[in-house]
Design a protein around this ligand. Structure first.
Ligand SMILES: Cc1cc2nc3c(=O)[nH]c(=O)nc-3n(C[C@H](O)[C@H](O)[C@H](O)COP(=O)(O)OP(=O)(O)OC[C@H]3O[C@@H](n4cnc5c(N)ncnc54)[C@H](O)[C@@H]3O)c2cc1C
Length: 397
């Protein structure tokens, strides 16, 4: 496989850079450079700017309004976007439920939901995990009982990301309690405004309230919101997880954090009065991470190219492990560069109008928040241990 950048690729990269220079709002880019929290309006503003340019769905085929980009173009776009400080494109509609709908949904569902995802008229969230059903997802208990032309849903989802903003949730529910656990699961699309849906925040280690519990109390869902066939939800769920894990590799994020790490190491001064970047042991550790990121890029390109038209779940587990480990290593080194001047976590700092005060370099509070935030990466989307089980099963049989 040839991953050399062609003249077209280089021209494409320039086009992306020019677009980012002109269209990315400075206040959003500044938040990224300080590890500050983005508001719902920030995500929507950026998505709409991309949609106006025809780039709202980089990974979708043209027939659904996507870009039709090659894997390399998608990667260039991701890397350049992060480098410029653009927000990540929210995965829940674009790279989770979107591809599932394209492959398994009815024509009516495709016609209704896909354009709305493309234009970000609907904000989606993911309703898979439950208390006691995370790694062992097939043991989920949220129950959907068919009554005429509706399902009646009762139960609880947890660790639901950004559900407080969501219009819709794609939800795994139990529709059959008699068969094997995997054979009694269905996927429902549920309007978050339906009576009986309650969202309660969970405060995380970094002080944020980005994740939630979602409760369903006799929630009526039209039968037309079932994806595919009843009791075949496990197949659709696995297809979606493959896309989620590829997405979590986060090459653009890694490159941006590496650049920030180097900048912070230039800015900080060691005990000998010299910039930290001149410390050979630190340079060695930065170089190792940089090599890991280069290897991740190659791996990602191989998977992205091979994944066209195939089930990406196998290689996705490898990518998920490597990407999340690198993200954590970068966050750890960023904290170490702040050294004794690292701040205690400051929730106030996470907002754009935060005052810059306190000891240490200006980057320190953001790095602290980033360090805590990155603890999640080896858990969400399926923990590292579970990914290793998947790889072992496939390799060792
Ligand atoms: C920040 C964040 C955001 C999330 N967002 C969402 C979301 O939007 N929607 C959603 O549905 N879910 C979401 N999740 C849930 C996530 O998918 C689960 O946390 C994850 O699958 C692990 O499940 P669990 O938390 O129940 O841990 P458990 O399954 O209880 O695991 C506990 C520990 O045991 C280990 N373990 C479990 N089983 C095995 C095994 N067979 N072999 C070896 N080790 C094992 C795990 O690795 C882990 O270390 C999110 C999680 C986090 C942290």
């Amino acid at each position: 496989m040839d991953f050399t950048y062609t003249e077209e690729d280089i021209a494409f990269r320039e086009e992306v850079r020019a677009f980012l220079r002109e269209q990315l709002p400075a206040d959003i880019a500044q938040k990224a450079s300080r590890h500050q929290r983005l508001e719902k309006t920030d995500y929507i503003r950026w998505h709409k700017a991309l949609t106006a340019r025809g780039w709202g769905a980089p990974s979708w085929p043209k027939e659904y309004g996507g870009t039709g980009w090659t894997p390399l173009q998608k990667l260039i776009f991701e890397v350049e976007s992060y480098r410029a400080g653009a927000p990540r494109l929210l995965p829940f509609g674009l790279t989770m439920i979107g591809p599932v709908l394209m492959k398994y949904a009815s024509q009516a569902q495709k016609d209704h939901f896909l354009p709305r995802i493309l234009n970000m008229e609907d904000w989606w969230c993911q309703g898979y995990s439950e208390p006691g059903a995370g790694s062992d997802l097939a043991s989920l208990k949220t129950r959907a009982v068919r009554e005429g032309d509706h399902y009646v849903v009762n139960g609880q989802k947890t660790w639901n990301t950004l559900g407080q903003h969501a219009d819709w949730i794609f939800c795994l529910v139990r529709t059959d309690t008699e068969s094997k656990p995997q054979e009694g699961i269905s996927m429902l699309l549920i309007d978050m405004k339906t009576p009986g849906v309650t969202v309660r925040p969970i405060v995380t280690l970094d002080g944020g309230a980005e994740i939630n519990e979602v409760w369903f109390d006799n929630v009526k869902v039209p039968v037309g919101n079932l994806v595919g066939e009843e009791n075949r939800g496990w197949t659709y769920a696995k297809y979606l997880l493959g896309h989620e894990r590829t997405n979590i590799a986060g090459l653009g994020h890694c490159n941006r954090e590496l650049a920030m790490l180097k900048a912070h190491a230039r800015e900080s001064v060691g005990n000998d009065g010299r910039p930290l970047i001149e410390d050979v042991r630190l340079r060695d550790r930065i170089a190792r991470i940089e090599m890991d990121i280069m290897a991740l890029e190659m791996l990602l390109l191989r998977v992205a190219t091979a994944a066209v038209g195939t089930d990406p779940s196998t290689q996705a587990s490898i990518l998920k492990i490597r990407g999340s480990e690198i993200q954590q290593a970068l966050a750890t080194l960023q904290m170490e560069v702040a050294g004794p001047q690292a701040w205690p976590y400051s929730p106030a700092w996470m907002h754009a109008d935060a005052e810059e005060s306190g000891p240490g370099p200006a980057f320190a509070p953001g790095n602290t928040a980033g360090y805590f935030d990155m603890r999640k990466t080896t858990i969400y989307g399926g923990s590292t241990e579970v990914q290793k089980n998947i790889i072992a099963k496939i390799v060792l049989g």
